[in-house]
Write a protein that binds this ligand. Structure first.
Ligand SMILES: Cc1cc2nc3c(=O)[nH]c(=O)nc-3n(C[C@H](O)[C@H](O)[C@H](O)COP(=O)(O)OP(=O)(O)OC[C@H]3O[C@@H](n4cnc5c(N)ncnc54)[C@H](O)[C@@H]3O)c2cc1C
Ligand code: HEM
Length: 370
């Protein structure tokens, strides 16, 4: 661990237990210093659940791994154009962060800690601004028209939209989406198809509990509605140089990016076996199994195993999908794609570690904090 990283971690322990108060202070200070910034944030803003402060703290804490972070931060900066973030805003946010840290760090907050946070924030902000700068040829966000909307289960909808301007992305990436029902509230959704000539994009969305955006996308959005899309992000893309066979593990709507990757492979793959494991609570949530089975019948290199964890009569595999994957192993020489809830991704990563799959061969997207 570098000295910078050690200082950041050590200083964070001074404020960690007061995170809620720190967040309130941070936002209050930020909006006081620059009231116009309030308009960039969601209308119904719950400071404790707002994503900005937590995201900055996470980024700062991982600053030690610049290579891994570099591409992510550039993409994040590009994506922040959708919030109308300008270069001068980075100083306002940085100053509010430093003031909040000093206030809650109290007497034990040293000059050394202060400098460490300043340096780390400056490094991250610079990368994000570079990313935004390099993206000037693209719009800050895309307007898209919803073309189709199909309810596939109690909570799941598949929708197709078409951006008004070309939007380039790679199969496996995700894009943040905003609906007119919750202005300025953006959530990430994986594109569920490989790029098409007509530019249309599919999303598979599950409405979670009291979820703002997912409920709107599943229950309110209709064909003809306009939504807004941010710039594509994520590295769960196919490495075309690899010759290894592939295992895809999807939980629920975690199938979306996997479906995009399979579609990409239907255009070029002749040599790699692809094993898809698709898990859900019950058969109702295996909302796209019929389509997967059709693809498997058409492409001899593709096999599909479906499993339910709470549907005893389901005529397929039973149990958590991570356990099912392990029953079909060993998988030591495969490339892995894992996508689903944080819990499902964590369980699968554990299983793969136990099966001695090298971490470098696993690409994953977790739909929540993992
Ligand atoms: C990289 C990435 C890709 C994603 N791709 C998809 C996708 O293709 N399809 C898809 O359906 N979702 C996907 N998600 C999840 C999506 O971004 C939202 O987090 C989710 O739809 C909830 O948003 P919301 O605004 O409806 O809920 P919020 O208003 O943010 O949350 C409401 C409540 O639900 C809880 N909650 C949030 N998410 C979940 C969850 N996943 N399971 C259980 N409880 C939850 C929260 O803790 C909170 O209590 C992806 C997430 C990431 C990070
Ligand atoms: C080090 C600098 C920064 C980092 C690491 C960072 C990171 C993030 C991340 C990861 C998110 C959540 C992703 C999303 O909702 O799409 C987010 C949300 C957001 N960021 Fe940033 N950001 C930074 C600077 C800024 C600045 C300078 C502004 C300008 C005010 C800003 C405005 C926002 C807004 C408005 C949101 C949405 C908040 C919400 O929905 O609650 N960010 N940020």
């Amino acid at each position: 661990m570098s000295n910078l990283s050690r200082l950041l971690k050590e200083s964070w322990t001074l404020v960690e237990e007061q995170q809620d108060k720190l967040a309130s202070h941070f936002y209050a200070r930020m909006f006081l210093n620059n009231p116009q910034l309030r308009d960039l944030f969601p209308v119904q803003m719950d400071v404790q659940r707002s994503r900005l402060l937590g995201a900055i703290v996470t980024a700062v804490q991982t600053v030690d791994d610049p290579d891994r972070l570099d591409e992510y931060l550039r993409a994040l900066g590009r994506d922040h154009r959708k919030f109308h973030v300008q270069p001068e805003h980075y100083d306002v946010v940085g100053d509010a962060l430093m003031e909040a840290l000093r206030t809650f760090g109290g007497d034990q907050w040293t000059l050394e800690f202060d400098q460490a946070w300043r340096d780390a924030y400056a490094l991250i902000a610079a990368k994000m601004m570079e990313g935004a700068d390099a993206d000037a040829d693209n719009p800050p966000y895309w307007h898209a028209e919803v073309l189709y909307h199909e309810r596939r289960s109690r909570d799941i909808a598949v929708l197709t939209c078409r951006p008004m301007q070309p939007l380039e992305y790679r199969a496996g990436q995700y894009i943040s989406v905003e609906t007119r029902y919750q202005p300025r509230l953006w959530r990430a959704y994986s594109v569920a198809n490989a790029p098409r000539k007509d530019g249309s994009l599919d999303f598979h969305v599950r409405a979670v509990g009291a979820g703002w955006v997912s409920s709107a996308l599943v229950r309110r959005v209709q064909p003809g509605d306009m939504i807004r899309l941010g710039s594509p992000m994520g590295r769960m893309t196919l490495d075309r140089r690899s010759t290894r066979d592939i295992v895809c593990v999807a939980g629920g709507t975690g199938l979306a990016p996997i479906k995009a990757l399979i579609e990409e492979m239907t255009r070029a793959n002749r040599t790699r076996w692809v094993h898809v494991f698709f898990g859900a609570r019950d058969r109702d949530d295996l909302y796209d199994l019929a389509c997967l089975n059709r693809l498997a019948a058409r492409y001899p290199w593709l096999s599909v195993v479906a499993a339910t964890s709470a549907d005893p009569d389901f005529p397929g595999e039973h149990g958590n999908i991570s356990d099912v994957v392990s029953r079909y192993g060993p998988w030591r020489d495969h490339d892995f794609f894992v996508s689903g809830s944080a819990q499902m991704v964590r369980a699968t990563m554990r299983t793969l570690a136990e099966m001695q799959v090298p971490a470098i061969r696993i690409k994953y997207d977790s739909f929540g904090d993992s």
